[in-house]
Design a protein around this ligand. Structure first.
Ligand code: HEM
Length: 329
């Protein structure tokens, strides 16, 4: 077996997204929390997942937020939902990682400890002066996931709060306040397919504390998490470099980028917390798992042009297919 480029845990917990040799958009929602076994290990046993990139990715989030405050917004009516989110995610962390995370309370005062980031914080729910920043920013600084909060009112869902630093080809600052259908407007054919209207009906019926998940995928050049609309101009030279790359460099530059998305109906506020956890694996590592190598080549070779175009991979998908097929043993 070839030596992986990434840390071993990134390969072992990679959420490989294809369940068949073809891919189409679908309302691929399932209850959260069930482990998924893969040829390299498993993923999905907890809602929040910490891996070897934890401190690096959170430093990256801090850098992006300091440079561009539009990645963070909480509309005034979402303040209860922000507290709700912080408590729900602290509970998830403490349950999944009891050796390093704990949440307890006596009376009104809560005690939070995150050993990995050396954070110890007492707070009173609803009192923002008891935290160093607003509750959504506080918890976003301790999970690798991007967070969007959806308010449900007038028979619709509105993305009215969030901290999103690792958007794949969209802009949180532009989308904030939009409805679920408006947000999905740029995806060609999605609305006509019925996928997004079915998803919206499903989400609006989620019951308190129910948690569902789905995966989504794209490809990226370089291990850059922030591929938002905002950073598009900065990324032009990297795309140009790909054309000149030799085969070995190509396999290390091109990444399969997978989002594990969770949807939680928050009990207090009734809002929906949408988590987007992004995983990236270079082709060089993907190809070390033969079943993944073969399936990815099949999916990309068959992918309809409009989906490839929307995902921004039309210019290099043929080379990815050829590269993967050339690695057969
Ligand atoms: C729960 C069911 C959901 C389904 C079935 C769904 C489906 C999809 C699909 C198929 C795409 C195109 C992905 C691609 O090819 O890369 C997409 C994009 C997107 N989704 Fe969703 N989604 C869901 C939930 C959400 C939620 C809750 C949000 C947050 C408010 C969201 C925000 C987005 C955004 C911002 C994009 C990119 C749109 C753009 O290009 O501007 N999605 N979604």
């Amino acid at each position: 077996m070839r030596t992986p480029v990434s840390g071993p845990d990134l390969l072992a917990t990679f959420p490989f997204p294809y369940s068949a040799d073809t891919y189409r958009y679908s309302t691929n929602l399932e209850p959260a929390g069930t482990p998924v076994r893969t040829p390299s290990g498993q993923w999905g046993e907890s809602v929040l997942h910490i891996d070897g990139e934890y401190t690096h990715e959170l430093a990256e989030r801090r850098r992006i937020l300091a440079a561009d405050p539009t990645r963070h917004a909480v509309l005034p009516h979402m303040r209860i939902a922000a507290w709700d989110t912080m408590l729900a995610l602290m509970t998830e962390l403490a349950t999944a990682y009891p050796a390093t995370m704990s949440l307890t309370h006596d009376g009104e005062t809560w005690h939070w400890h995150n050993e990995l980031l050396s954070i110890t914080q007492d707070f009173v729910v609803g009192d923002e002066s008891s935290l160093p920043c607003d509750p959504l920013a506080f918890i976003a600084g301790q999970v690798q996931d991007d967070i969007v909060l959806l308010d449900q009112r007038d028979g619709d869902l509105f993305a009215d709060a969030g901290v999103v630093t690792f958007a794949a080809g969209w802009s949180f600052g532009f989308d904030v306040g939009m409805t679920f259908l408006e947000i999905h407007g740029p995806v060609p054919g999605l609305r006509e397919s019925g996928v997004i209207t079915r998803a919206r009906e499903f989400l609006m019926r989620l019951q308190p504390n129910q948690i569902y998940r789905r995966t989504n995928w794209s490809m990226a050049i370089g291990r850059t998490l922030d591929v938002s609309v905002e950073t598009l101009p900065q990324r032009v030279p990297v795309r140009a470099a790909l054309h000149a790359a030799d085969d070995q460099t190509f396999g290390r530059m091109v990444h399969l980028r997978v989002e594990v998305q969770h949807l939680i109906r928050l009990a207090e506020s009734g809002a929906i917390c949408f988590l987007i956890r992004t995983y990236m694996l270079p082709l060089a590592d993907l190809a070390t798992v033969d079943a993944w190598r073969v399936r990815t080549a099949a999916v990309l070779a068959e992918l309809p042009d409009d989906i490839a175009e929307y995902k921004g991979i039309s210019g290099y998908r043929d080379r990815v297919v050829a590269w993967l097929l050339a690695r057969s043993r």
